[in-house]
Design a protein around this ligand. Structure first.
Ligand code: FE2
Length: 363
């Protein structure tokens, strides 16, 4: 059995409420690039699965949302509390003005581990942050209001609310290979590899906070995903979880763009490990057209009209269209992921579903 091989964050998945409201907020207020419109692959209801990222749609920058206005979630402990994006040093005054311009409720400038951040609220109640980090050189997506110098570059990391620290800490260290690098009041920081932006998890110790909901529900975080590189490492990680006694790890699932396993961490937060599939996010549309059209996995394509009829129509904002984007020079293709090894672990996929409704509120 080998040690865990985690490179950092892969993606973070949150449940928003309305779909258009989410697209508008994430692209125009947080300023990410919409990189994929697809659907949730599980369950009987058709829901969007929207992916957003930085200019290069890099692993470690990808926020995904399920617009889930059909069911409200309950924020609380045992959940992702806030999702934090790294921005350049000295840019928080811009962000304060930008949030004011959009009439967005925010925390003002605060500090954690010596880094300044602003926390603000998504229309569904989700908490997002921009945190200054002098060392992050990833390429942010520019919009008409946010230039590349001030743009969000990628994740700094999630803030995870837990009632108790000890067992979650043990899970991060023993099962995932993180190391503890600091405590600042109620915040406990864990880093992996070179640490810093995209390689950090922060626990927020909230011993008296009621547990939040675990299932899908508007206004709550659903899971975080860590980048494990290859299918082989994914299979090794599943074995490691079992060796350590975390026997509730899922089977390896085919998420079309990546392969995944999920395990519920001791503090309650659902934790995924993901390995990109060959072609990654550009496997089914050109890189400079990412996010422009609804894409279904091949096994749902013949049911496109039925599925689309259950979804709220959305309009991609002008700044996310290739013609409107100001970042043509940055539209470079991402590196090709390594092809899956022959004879490697096989991933399961659900190829059939009976949809009984869409993303409209229940009566
Ligand atoms: Fe995920």
């Amino acid at each position: 059995m080998s040690n865990p091989v985690i490179y950092g964050l892969h993606h973070i998945t949150l449940c928003a409420s309305g779909a258009q409201e989410d697209v508008d907020f994430i692209t125009q207020v947080l300023g990410l690039r919409l990189i994929k419109q697809t659907v949730l692959f599980d369950g009987r209801y058709a829901h969007y699965h929207l992916y957003y990222g930085n200019a290069n749609a890099e692993v470690g920058s990808v926020l995904t949302t399920f617009p889930y206005r059909r069911i409200p979630g309950r924020p609380g402990s045992g959940q992702i509390s806030a999702t934090s994006y790294a921005v350049s040093k000295g840019t928080l005054p811009f962000w304060k003005d930008h949030l004011k311009r959009h009439k967005i409720e925010h925390s003002g400038i605060q500090e954690r581990f010596g880094q300044s951040f602003i926390r603000f609220t998504h229309p569904s109640g989700l908490l997002l942050e921009v945190i200054e980090d002098a060392n992050d050189t990833r390429a942010g997506w520019a919009t008409d209001q946010i230039d590349s110098q001030v743009a969000a570059r990628g994740f700094h990391g999630p803030v995870l609310s837990v009632r108790e620290v000890e067992e979650e800490e043990r899970f991060f260290i023993e099962a995932l290979g993180f190391r503890k690098t600091g405590v600042d009041g109620p915040y406990h920081r864990f880093e992996i590899g070179s640490g810093g932006a995209g390689k950090t998890l922060v626990l927020l110790h909230e011993p008296d906070r009621r547990a939040g909901s675990w299932g899908f529900g508007a206004g709550t975080g659903h899971h975080l995903a860590l980048d494990i590189g290859t299918d082989e490492a994914l299979a090794e990680q599943k074995n490691l979880y079992e060796e350590l006694g975390y026997t509730d790890c899922s089977e390896i699932k085919d998420r079309n763009y990546f392969h995944s396993i999920y395990v519920r961490s001791p503090g309650g937060i659902l934790t995924e490990c993901a390995a990109m599939a060959p072609g990654g996010f550009a496997r089914d549309e050109p890189f400079d057209q990412l996010g422009m059209a609804l894409l279904l996995p091949p096994w749902f394509e013949d049911r496109r009209q039925e599925i689309m009829g259950m979804l709220e129509p959305i309009v991609v904002p002008e700044a996310n269209r290739p013609a409107g984007a100001q970042t043509a020079s940055r539209l470079v293709p991402p590196p090709e992921p390594a092809p899956a090894a022959a004879g490697g672990p096989t991933a399961s996929r659900r190829t059939n579903a009976t949809f009984i409704g869409g993303d409209v509120p229940q009566q």
